[in-house]
Design a protein around this ligand. Sequence first.
Ligand SMILES: [Zn+2]
Length: 367
Amino acid sequence: MKKTSLVSVLLSATLTASLLAGCSSSNGSEQTSAESTAATTEAPVVTTDPNEHLHLDPVVYPDALDFNDTESIERIFDMCEVVDGVRITVEKRMKQIRMRAKINGETFTLNVNLSGAAGHTTPEQLATVAKLFWYCYPQMYARFAVRNTPTTVTIKFEDSGYEIASASGDEIHIHDQWLKNHPTDYDCLTHELAHIIQSGWDGNYCPAHTNDDGSKDTYMIERFADYCRYLYAFKGGYYNDMVWEIQTVKTENTYYKSVRFYAWLDYTYSTQEIDIMQRLQKAVTSKTYGNDAWEPDGEAWQAMFEGTAAAGKSLTTLWDEFAASDIAGVTSKPREQGGKSTLLLKAPLRTAVRDRYPEADDYLKVQ
Ligand SMILES: [Zn+2]
């Protein structure tokens, strides 16, 4: 399966807190047609609306999730007792489920907002999304938080708008039919949660590449989010790795296109003391370097590498090193769900990062 091209829009280079990113994801197309067929077959035909057949499996709240039945909602979200003391509040009027917990001294809040949903996402899927949040977000936060990184996140399921998922400020939109049609693509939300971690990024102060037509590609916005998607994929990649791959050097064939390059760079050159990707997050959010300094041989990258074995090397030199390495061309897709890919067998990227941040263990119990 091929990853479709990523789309990112920096809403305004100067509006730093508002990072709007519409992000595509790889697909589960085989599952899609099978699921759609099953849903169409089972859906009762009780309508006179000639367009009704266009709506797949029309489950209407509160039938699927009764907001007056707070006990049953709490039961569904009980599965989210992933860390001690997650408190669940049901806001009937808002059609919103609020979860709050204190982790490593920080209080996180997740709002699952269903006011724009039409019931396509099942309660079980909603609970899985909530679990994904508690698994992924505090881990990313522990590593990448800077001043003003949001601790409250709202995920809105909406039966309108961008067909996949997008992020802006501290809110995520996911189309209500995305998980219906791509039932295992939960980690598109890991990508969007990473965009929230990137709150404060500014297109004028991050790694960028000038395209042939003169336009500016602020490539690191999406590379960083996909790097996080791969590293922090829910349940160690149980869902992600079957439907979404980090591309090999053949398809993402240069430093500004390749997600895998940054995973390799971090794996190879970051140390217990010096975390290159964390340094990058700090430098970009504090607007320390303009685009020019982020050229492959620029001072920004040199500052990122200082004190590591990559010091003094340009990004293009490191790219050549990566492209010649034995992990550049191997698959990230395991043979079976829950198995290990050749990539992870050769380079335990996720474990290596986890070892640097042992406090992440608390979240890894999430099942
Ligand atoms: Zn994105």
